[in-house]
Design a protein around this ligand. Structure first.
Ligand code: NDP
Length: 396
């Protein structure tokens, strides 16, 4: 049915590519471009040569435009880094091509992310009659869908949400991140932010923590972080008065991170090393394990869900919607760990929604702006089954 171009052949991009290959009735012709061509070659081999590959630096808009013109894909799936969101959106505008990503734009020189930069493209995408679907990973992505699903099918109004994210797995490395180390460390070193009684509140990084009883996992210490779906959900579901995001980290992970921060290795300020300017965090990324290749001995599972509280027929009720994903099953299926898998599968499903015209619209959209029932059904079909259970109240 459709030709697609995936940009980024890293940890999550590999999963998108392989899941698209499992859905060839929709994705008939798969093209993958990435900055380091060796990654593309390895991926092509893993895919039994069933994909077309290209070397591309997507920071160079003219190069991306040329490649899109050559391939003429129906959609570009951006699985590179948040820095490339705007350049790739520009290339999609120039070539009238739909766009999808899994993380919102972040400027390289400032560790700050927000949707404004991408929402500002709405009118230009609308004018060109094309769609940009933002944040079609797990969180953001599936978490937005869980909340919209609850809004559409369970609650009359939603008031309070806690998004809870636990990786209860062990990869056997002393310190490794589960997605791009640079983006991951920038995210968790930022100040915390949450929405309380209709107002945004800020905290120092990792200043608030609590023990959460994760379903099928048990009690784990989780930390309050700012996550981008909070911004879009508050905008699109205005009844929400309180929303927070919680993520677990092991004590060992936090100790390593503290040491790295204290010695300056997580800094994004350039330093001069042997006459050359380098950014310590970029250097650190190069010496850490590659999240695309840590799945071989990864045990355990991820548990990500949303505790949603609101009114059903005048009564206050709480529900938990969640998914469990096993690292080993992901490794056996697509040679990836569960964090890449839970990112890549919803990216493929988001693209499927657009190409099948299940989701239509001109402009820039977040997942919760659509009818999410078809997306939720696909999660069950494509390897990310979910459950809804009753739960006592929101978290304290
Ligand atoms: P990786 O670092 O493993 O992969 C990124 C890939 O993009 C690499 O192959 C990299 O190339 C390539 N790339 C980087 N810059 C460019 C460029 N200028 N032009 C072309 N290719 C480029 O990261 P992940 O796969 O872990 O993450 C991918 C995206 O997914 C990120 O935006 C991340 O934030 C997002 N994510 C979203 C999640 C969600 O649930 N919503 C969860 C996890 C991740 P090279 O090999 O040269 O470095």
């Amino acid at each position: 049915m459709s030709k697609i171009l995936i940009i980024g052949a890293g940890a999550a991009g590999r999963v998108v590519t392989k899941k698209c290959l499992m859905n060839t009735s929709i994705f008939t012709d798969i093209h993958v471009a990435s900055r380091t061509f060796d990654r593309c070659k390895k991926l092509k081999k893993e895919c039994n040569n069933k994909i077309h590959i290209y070397k591309l630096d997507a920071d160079i808009v003219t190069d991306t435009i040329s490649l899109i013109k050559k391939i003429t894909p129906a959609i570009v799936i951006n699985m590179a880094l948040p820095y490339q969101d705007l350049p790739i959106m520009e290339a999609c505008l120039e070539t009238n091509t739909h766009y999808l990503d899994t993380a919102n734009y972040e400027p390289k020189e400032t560790a700050k992310f927000c949707y404004k930069w991408q929402w500002d493209y709405h009118d230009r995408f609308k004018e060109k009659k094309i769609m940009a679907l933002l944040g079609s990973g797990f969180d953001p992505g599936v978490t937005n869908a869980f909340i919209k699903f609850a809004d559409q099918t369970i609650f009359d109004t939603i008031e309070h949400i806690d998004i809870i994210d636990c990786n209860d797995g062990d990869h056997g490395h002393p310190f490794a991140t589960n997605f791009n180390p640079e983006i991951n460390i920038r995210e968790i070193s930022q100040k915390g932010k949450y929405y309380e009684n209709g107002n945004w509140k800020q905290t120092e990084p990792m200043a608030i923590s609590k023990t959460i009883n994760f379903p099928e996992v048990g009690p784990k210490k989780a930390y309050l972080l700012y996550h981008e779906e909070l911004e879009s959900l508050v905008k699109h579901i205005p009844s929400i008065q309180n929303i927070r995001f919680w993520m677990t980290f092991s004590e060992s992970y936090l100790n390593y991170l503290k040491v790295l921060q204290n010695v300056g290795m997580t800094s994004i300020k350039p330093i001069v090393f042997k006459g050359k300017k380098i950014i310590p965090l970029e250097f650190l990324k190069e010496v850490l394990p590659d999240p695309a290749h840590i799945s071989a001995n990864y045990n355990g599972k991820t548990c990500i869900g949303c505790i949603i509280t609101g009114k059903i027929k005048g009564q206050t009720k709480s529900k938990l919607i969640y998914n469990i994903c096993h690292h080993k099953q992901c490794h056996d299926e697509v040679n990836a760990q569960a964090v890449s898998y839970t990112t890549g599968v919803p990216a493929m499903i988001g693209a499927k929604m657009i190409l099948e015209k299940t989701w239509t619209g001109n402009g820039v959209f977040n997942i919760e702006e659509f009818n999410v029932i078809p997306f939720m059904n696909e999660l069950n079909n494509q390897g990310l089954p979910w459950k809804v259970v009753d739960i006592d109240g929101p978290l304290d």
